[in-house]
Design a protein around this ligand. Structure first.
Ligand SMILES: C[S@@+](CC[C@H](N)C(=O)[O-])C[C@H]1O[C@@H](n2cnc3c(N)ncnc32)[C@H](O)[C@@H]1O
Length: 197
């Protein structure tokens, strides 16, 4: 059975993720947005159906990018700050000039990317030196649960192109970003990662 594409997942995404939003995810999204500097020109990658839009301050400005037309269609229906543009694009090849953003943000995206290092290289290119990159990601926990996530990964990649054993903080650091802080929750499965360019 071929893995579901995000165009296929799009109409069901918000409903499927709602229990996690209520349990902890919405709270973590809100926390993640507090780490973005005020008055920053922000880039969001893999914005999906726009579940982060409610956490942007009203005066936020920048671009939210997303490759799936289906996910974007749902996102366009949601309220968002007037100066937050929506652009269809992949994180590995961003259509922006060098150093035009003050900060970048992604939630639950690096588990889905085919080439995480290429996406980090693009973030390093488009975010100004000293700028902030905030990631809210599920990762391979660095404890006894790790091997279980390696096993789970075999199925999640086949079903949803979703990698359950990514070491996203380490990959960010390997890409040349400075790792400022990693806040781990749920036995290290969920990471709120703060990096500096
Ligand atoms: C699990 S969803 C997360 C969506 C949203 N960020 C959220 O927090 O609800 C993963 C998202 O990554 C996007 N994605 C997949 N490949 C991508 C790529 N190469 N570049 C950017 N985004 C990508 C998918 O289309 C999807 O919207």
């Amino acid at each position: 059975m071929p893995a579901k594409t995000y165009d296929e997942i799009a109409p069901h995404y918000d409903r499927a993720i709602r229990p996690l939003e209520r349990w902890f995810l919405a709270r973590l999204r809100e926390t993640a947005f507090r780490y973005l500097p005020a008055d920053a020109r922000v880039l969001e990658i893999g914005a999906g159906t726009g579940l982060n839009f409610v956490f942007y301050p009203d005066n936020a400005f920048g671009v939210a990018t997303e490759p799936s037309g289906g996910m974007l269609r749902v996102a366009r229906e949601k309220d968002r700050p007037d100066r937050l543009r929506l652009v269809q694009n992949s994180a590995e090849q961003l259509p922006f000039r060098d150093q035009v953003f003050d900060a970048a943000f992604a939630s639950l995206v690096f588990c889905s990317l085919a080439q995480p290092l290429a996406a980090f290289a693009e973030l390093r290119r488009v975010v100004k030196p000293g700028g902030t990159v905030i990631l809210l990601e599920h990762v391979r926990p660095a404890n006894l649960l790790g091997p279980a996530f390696d096993l789970l990964n075999v199925f999640t990649v086949r079903l949803f192109h979703d990698h359950f054993n990514r070491r996203t903080a380490a990959v960010a650091q390997a890409s040349g970003l400075e790792l400022v802080k990693v806040q781990r929750s749920f036995c290290g499965i969920i990471n709120l990662i703060t990096c500096r360019v």
